[in-house]
Design a protein around this ligand. Structure first.
Ligand code: FAD
Ligand code: MLT
Ligand code: ZN
Length: 470
C-alpha cells in the first residue's frame, strides 16, 4: 500500500484541511459516543466546486470518503472506520442560501445550512419549512436529505424526501450533477434525486437542495395527554385525525419510563400533569385561518377522548411559553437517555394498527429474555414510527453486560417488526448500526438491485464504504 500524502490535497481547494488530532477529534466520534474512528484528515471545502476537487483527489488516490454534516446521526453513518485511511469530507462550510421563491414556495440552500437556520430564513420570508427534530440546531440540510430525516411534523408535511424538489450532487467521479429543479412535476426519466436522498453518503455528495415551503400557521397549540396504554393512544389518534384532519400536525407517544428519565437527568424537566400515567401523548394543532382557536379544537377532541376512557388527563397550551414547555418534554428524551449511559436503539415503523400489539408482545419478550431493562419507548405514533429504545436497569448497573445484549435484543425486536410487515429503519438510516440487520431481512433480488446501483454510481466503492449496504 502506498502512503497517501494528504498535504498534496491542500492546494487543490479553498476551505480547511485539518490533520491535527485536536481539530479532527470532534469529527471522529458520533453523537451517541458509540463509534470512534480515525481519518487521514478532515476536509472542509467552501463551495461545490471545491467539494468536487476534493472528491477527484480522493478518486485519484483511492482514498475512501466519509461525508459529514452536523454529525448528529444516530446510526454511525458519519464516522470513519478505525483504519485511518479515509478522508472525512465535512459539508459544514457550504453555508449559502442561494434563492427563495415565495410564489413557487421553494428555497435553494447549500448542504451545510443547519435545519434551524433554514427554518429561520423561511420564517423571515413569511413561510414555514416544516422539517423539525430535536437536533435541528446542529444537523444540516445535507445530512437531513442524506438520511431522509423524519421528525415530529411528518404526519402533516412528510419527511425530508417529501420536502425536496431538487438536489445538487458531486458524483463519485468528482463531477457536479445539477438537479436543482424547482418543479412540482418532473417525469423526465429515472428519478436520480430520489436515489440520492436517503443514500447516507454512499452514492454521491449532496451539496445543495431545493426545498418546499408552506404558509405559516396562524395559530398553534399543543396538548400533553395522559393515556392508559398504546392501544388508547392509537384510539385517540384515530379520533383526533377524524376530527382535526390536516390541522393535526403532530402526534407523539412516550412511555412513563421516558418521563422518569427526564426528571432524573434533565434539571428543568417537569411533568405538566398532576399525576403520572403509564403513557402520554403530545399532540399539536396548527390552524391556518386567522381567528381559528387551536386550543379550543383540541379541547373538544380531548373531552370526547376522556369520556370514552382513551385519555385520563390533559393540559393544553394557553401561551407560547406553555407550548414551548410541552414540546421541551418531548425534545429532551433523546438527551435524557444519552445521559443514562449506553442505549440500544430501534427505529422501527409499523402499520399503526399493529403498534399496540407489537408493544405489548415485544415488551413481554424483552422482559422474559433480559429482565429489568428500562424501555424508553417513544416516538412519532402518527407516522407509525417508534423509537423502541432500551437502557440498562437503574440498579444493578453492569453496562458491559447490557451492551453485549444488543444482538439478542435486535433479534427479538426486529423479528417482531418484520413479522408485522414493518421496517427496522424508519427515519435514522442504516449507517453502521443496521447495515447487516437490514441485509438480513432483504431478499436476494433486492440486495442484487441495491448492489447494482452502488456499482454503477460508485464503481471504486470509495463513498462511505461499508455503510448502509454490506
Ligand atoms: P450527519 O450525522 O453528519 O450524517 C448522517 C449521514 O448522512 C451519514 O451517513 C453521512 O455520511 C451522510 N451525510 C451527511 N451529510 C451529507 C451530504 N451533504 N451528502 C451526502 N451524505 C451526507 N432524526 C430523525 O430523522 N428524526 C428525529 O426526530 C431525530 N431526532 C434526533 C434528536 C437528537 C437529539 C439527535 C442527536 C438526533 C436526532 N435525529 C433524528 C438524527 C439526526 O439528527 C438526523 O439523522 C439528521 O438528518 C442528521 O443530519 P447531520 O447533518 O447531523 O448528518
Ligand atoms: C427522536 O424522535 O427524538 C429521535 O429520532 C429518537 C431517538 O433518540 O432515538
Ligand atoms: Zn424520531
Amino acid at each position: 500500500v502506498t502512503e497517501v500524502d494528504v498535504e498534496s490535497l491542500r492546494p487543490l481547494f479553498a476551505g480547511r484541511l485539518h490533520t491535527d488530532a485536536a481539530d479532527t477529534a470532534p469529527s471522529l466520534t458520533d453523537w451517541r459516543r458509540k463509534w470512534t474512528g480515525a481519518a487521514l484528515a478532515v476536509a472542509e471545502p467552501d463551495t461545490t466546486a471545491d467539494v468536487a476537487a476534493v472528491v477527484r483527489w480522493c478518486r485519484d488516490h483511492s482514498v475512501p470518503i466519509v461525508p459529514q454534516g452536523g454529525n448528529t446521526g444516530l446510526s454511525g453513518g458519519a464516522t470513519p472506520d478505525s483504519s485511518g485511511t479515509a478522508l472525512v469530507l465535512s459539508l459544514r462550510r457550504l453555508q449559502r442560501v442561494r434563492r427563495i421563491d415565495t410564489v413557487g414556495n421553494t428555497i435553494e440552500v447549500e448542504a451545510g445550512v443547519t435545519l434551524e437556520r433554514l427554518q429561520e430564513v423561511a420564517r423571515e420570508a413569511g413561510r414555514l419549512f416544516p422539517l423539525s427534530l430535536a437536533a435541528e440546531g446542529s444537523c444540516t440540510i445535507g445530512g437531513n436529505l442524506a438520511t431522509n430525516a423524519g421528525g415530529v411534523e411528518v404526519l402533516r408535511y412528510g419527511n425530508a424526501r417529501d420536502l425536496c424538489l431538487g438536489i445538487e450532487v458531486v458524483t463519485a467521479d468528482g463531477e457536479i450533477w445539477d438537479g436543482l429543479r424547482h418543479l412540482r412535476k418532473d417525469n423526465s426519466g429515472y428519478d436520480l434525486r430520489d436515489l440520492f436522498i436517503g443514500s447516507e453518503g454512499t452514492l454521491g455528495i449532496i451539496t445543495a437542495g431545493v426545498l418546499r415551503l408552506f404558509p405559516l400557521p396562524a395559530e398553534q397549540a399543543a396538548a400533553f395527554v395522559a393515556v392508559p396504554s398504546p392501544a388508547a393512544a392509537v384510539a385517540l389518534l384515530e379520533l383526533a385525525q377524524s376530527r382535526l384532519d390536516a390541522s393535526l400536525t403532530a402526534f407523539e407517544l412516550m412511555s412513563d419510563v421516558c418521563v422518569r428519565l427526564l426528571v432524573k437527568r434533565v434539571e428543568a424537566a417537569r411533568l405538566p400533569l398532576r399525576e403520572r400515567s403509564p403513557w402520554y401523548v403530545l399532540l399539536e394543532v396548527s390552524e391556518m385561518q386567522p381567528g381559528a382557536r387551536a386550543a379550543e379544537a383540541i379541547e373538544r377532541v380531548l373531552q370526547t377522548a376522556i369520556e370514552a376512557g382513551v385519555a385520563t388527563d390533559a393540559t393544553i397550551s394557553d401561551s407560547e411559553a406553555r407550548y414551548d414547555a410541552i414540546w421541551a418534554i418531548r425534545e429532551e428524551v433523546t438527551e435524557a437517555q444519552a445521559r443514562e449511559g449506553p442505549s440500544i436503539k430501534h427505529d422501527i415503523s409499523l402499520p399503526i394498527s399493529e403498534i399496540a400489539d407489537f408493544v405489548r408482545e415485544t415488551d413481554a419478550a424483552v422482559d422474559a429474555a433480559c429482565p429489568g431493562l428500562q424501555k424508553v419507548t417513544f416516538g412519532h405514533l402518527g407516522d407509525g414510527n417508534l423509537h423502541y429504545n432500551l437502557s440498562p436497569p437503574p440498579v444493578p448497573r453492569d453496562v458491559d453486560a447490557f451492551v453485549a445484549l444488543e444482538p439478542r435484543l435486535n433479534r427479538i425486536v426486529h423479528d417482531a417488526v418484520m413479522a408485522r410487515g414493518g421496517s427496522i429503519s424508519a427515519e435514522h438510516g442504516l449507517g453502521a448500526l443496521r447495515r447487516d440487520e437490514a441485509a438480513r431481512y432483504k431478499s436476494t433480488v433486492e440486495l442484487a438491485l441495491l448492489r447494482a446501483v452502488k456499482d454503477a454510481l460508485d464503481p471504486q466503492h470509495l463513498l462511505n464504504p461499508s455503510k448502509a449496504l454490506p
